[in-house]
Design a binder for this molecule. Sequence first.
Ligand code: NDP
Ligand SMILES: O=C(O)C1=N[C@H](C(=O)O)C[C@H](O)C1
Length: 246
Amino acid sequence: MINVGVLGARGRMGATVCAAVEAADDLALVAAVDADEDRSALGKAEVVVDFTHPGAVMDNLRWCVDNGLHAVVGTTGFDDDRLATVRGWLAANPGIGVLVAPNFGIAAVLMMRFAAQAARFFESVEIVELHHPNKADAPSGTARRTAELIAAARREAGLDPAGPDATTTALDGARGASVDGIPVHAVRLGGLVAHQEVLLGGSGETLTIRHDSLDRVSFMPGVLLAVREISARPGLTVGLDPLLDL
Ligand SMILES: NC(=O)C1=CN([C@@H]2O[C@H](COP(=O)(O)OP(=O)(O)OC[C@H]3O[C@@H](n4cnc5c(N)ncnc54)[C@H](OP(=O)(O)O)[C@@H]3O)[C@@H](O)[C@H]2O)C=CC1
Ligand SMILES: O=C(O)C1=N[C@H](C(=O)O)C[C@H](O)C1
């Protein structure tokens, strides 16, 4: 039995994680903590899951590492500087495992992988991410990560990450944000959960790779897999890929 604590427990994701943990025979929910609540209840946990806010997650994660707790983190906002900071904390606490994943959906992980594979075959690539209107950040962590993977694949193939673009006059934002040279566009629309299209274009043909999370239960198999495996993976793991043998 693995004792699990959840940070952000009353949020959209946190509540879904609490229900998934309670439904699993091999996991016990021992603490459910939300904003402005005492984190000390998490001391009974072996693994803490964080789905809070980009502004809160680093303080939470520091607290977990300092208290000897493994952490599975879905909260967004992790750039290279933040990941380096977490690596530093873990170097001083060598038995602790932290997994940070921008997306726990298996299909989303595959979408990112397929996009990176396709990236070198097309002159143009742009990303459109579409989410519910209560989302705190833009672009999504998934879109950022996808753009980074695509840009790395294109650089490795000797291609400019950015495709051809003759547009010289544009309203601010009309061409999206540039992430590693890849244009990323963010849509916020009632009725949506979490969706992304990677648009690739070449000579007389295009390829669209689309992923849809239609319900937050889509993230649960990945979250529970990480909860079960994190104690055997000391140090920092980024993304779910290594746990899926990708
Ligand atoms: N990796 C993945 O697969 C996924 C990642 N996400 C990410 O997870 C994060 C949360 O998303 P979502 O659940 O929709 O957001 P919500 O706003 O629904 O939930 C966040 C919860 O965390 C609480 N909270 C804020 N600060 C703290 C804190 N310091 N300690 C404990 N709880 C805190 C909030 O309380 P209050 O409202 O009072 O501030 C709220 O209840 C986002 O970064 C989102 O992008 C989302 C889906 C999937
Ligand atoms: O806030 C969300 O909802 C989501 N956040 C993550 C992200 O920013 O990529 C994962 C998924 O897109 C849902």
